[in-house]
Design a protein around this ligand. Structure first.
Ligand SMILES: [Zn+2]
Ligand SMILES: [Zn+2]
Length: 340
C-alpha cells in the first residue's frame, strides 16, 4: 500500500497531485525535505502547509533540509544570510550578548584560548575569547556598531568634562544610552524621539540636546585623514531630531564623533579621534541634496561639512550663542533640516 492509510490520511486529491509531481507514495514523500517538496511542479506553499499539517497530525515529518537557513540569534528567525559571526568578547559582554540581545541563546562556539586584547563591545583591554553566534548580516552590523557607539558616547562625556572643567555651567546627561537589545523589541511604534544627551542649567532647566552620530571619517579642522565630502543623515533621523527638539523645547545640535579602529592583534580597539558639532540652522543652510543612498531604501539628506565646527569651539558657543538659539527655538521653532 503506497500511501499506508494506517499512517496518514492525505485524501485522494492531494495524493493525485503528489503522484503527478512524481511522488508515488508515503516513503517517497517522507524522503523529501520541505524545500524539495515546495519545488515540485503543482505544489504551492498552501499545499505544502496542508501536507505538513497532515503529517504532523500522524506524528510524521519531512526529511531535514541539509541546506536549511540558519536561525539568526538576534531576531530568532531563519535568515538566508545568517552565518557564523565572530566577536572577541570579555566574559561579561559575552553573557550580556546572550541574555540581553539573543534571548538567552548561548554562543554557537567559544574559543578555549584566552587572549589579552580589546573587547569588541565594552572596548576594555582585558581577557577576551573569540565567540560565535549565527547572525544575519543586518544584525551583525548592528552588534558591531554598538561597541563603536559606546566608545563615542564615552568620548562625548570626556570631551565635555575637558571643555568645561570641574564646575561646568551646564550638566550633561546621557538620556538614551546605547544598549544591547533583541531586534523584535526595537519597535518604532510608540517610540518617543529623545536626544542622546541633554544639557541642563544648575536649576535643572534643559537648554540643549545633542544627537550623536559616529563614523570612521573626519570633518574639517581636526580628526585623522581627509574630511568627508558630504555629511549624510537619513531623513528619518532628521525627523527624529526635530521631534526631540520639540519635546525638549530646546535646540538639538548634531554631534559627529570620528571613531577609528586600531589593531591590537588579534583584536581591535575603538579610538575616538575627533568631535564636531553643528547647529540646526547651519545644517539647514548647508543642505546640499536629498537622495536615495546607494544600497539603502531610505532617502538621506546630504549636508556640506561647513555646517560643522570642531568641538573645541563648543564652550564659546555656549557662552556667546546658546541663549540666542534658545530664544529663536522657542520663538520660531526648530528649523526644517531638509525639505523634499
Ligand atoms: Zn566587554
Ligand atoms: Zn538578524
Amino acid at each position: 500500500m503506497l500511501w499506508g492509510e494506517e499512517r496518514v490520511e492525505l485524501g485522494p486529491a492531494l495524493r493525485k497531485r503528489l503522484a503527478r509531481a512524481g511522488v508515488p507514495g508515503i516513503d517517497a514523500l517522507l524522503g523529501l525535505n520541505e524545500r524539495e517538496l515546495g519545488a515540485l511542479g503543482g505544489i504551492g506553499p498552501t499545499t505544502v502547509r496542508e501536507i505538513l499539517d497532515r503529517l504532523a497530525g500522524a506524528g510524521l515529518s519531512l526529511a531535514p533540509d541539509p541546506y536549511a537557513a540558519y536561525e539568526c540569534a538576534r531576531h530568532s528567525e531563519p535568515a538566508r544570510d545568517a552565518e557564523l559571526r565572530s566577536y572577541f568578547l570579555c566574559g561579561e559582554c559575552r553573557e550580556a550578548y546572550s541574555s540581553r540581545a539573543f534571548d538567552g541563546r548561548p554562543p554557537a562556539w567559544v574559543s578555549g584560548e584566552r587572549v589579552e586584547g580589546y573587547c569588541g563591545h565594552c572596548n576594555a583591554l582585558t581577557e577576551v575569547r573569540l565567540t560565535q553566534w549565527f547572525l544575519c548580516g543586518t544584525c551583525d552590523r548592528v552588534m558591531r556598531s554598538v561597541g563603536r557607539s559606546l566608545a563615542s558616547a564615552r568620548f562625548v562625556a570626556e570631551s565635555w568634562a575637558a571643555a568645561f572643567g570641574e564646575e561646568p555651567a551646564l550638566t550633561l546627561t546621557e538620556t538614551d544610552p546605547v544598549e544591547l537589545r533583541p531586534r523584535a523589541k526595537r519597535s518604532d511604534a510608540g517610540r518617543v524621539a529623545s536626544a542622546d544627551f541633554v544639557a541642563s542649567r544648575p536649576t535643572g532647566e534643559p537648554v540643549l540636546g545633542l544627537e550623536l552620530k559616529s563614523g570612521r571619517s573626519a570633518l574639517p579642522h581636526g580628526g585623522i585623514g581627509a574630511p568627508m565630502g558630504m555629511f549624510q543623515l537619513d531623513t528619518t533621523d532628521c525627523d527624529d531630531i526635530a521631534a526631540s527638539a520639540a519635546s525638549l523645547d530646546a535646540p538639538v545640535l548634531l554631534v559627529h564623533a570620528q571613531v577609528i579602529g586600531r589593531a591590537h592583534a588579534p583584536t581591535e580597539r575603538y579610538e575616538a579621534v575627533g568631535l564636531w558639532f553643528a547647529r540646526p540652522w547651519d545644517l539647514a543652510e548647508h543642505l546640499s541634496a536629498i537622495r536615495q543612498r546607494p544600497r539603502e531604501t531610505r532617502p538621506a539628506a546630504y549636508f556640506r561639512p561647513l555646517a560643522f565646527r570642531p568641538f573645541r569651539e563648543f564652550p564659546e558657543y555656549v557662552r556667546t550663542r546658546l541663549d540666542g538659539d534658545l530664544e529663536r527655538m522657542r520663538g520660531t521653532g526648530f528649523p526644517p533640516l531638509y525639505s523634499s
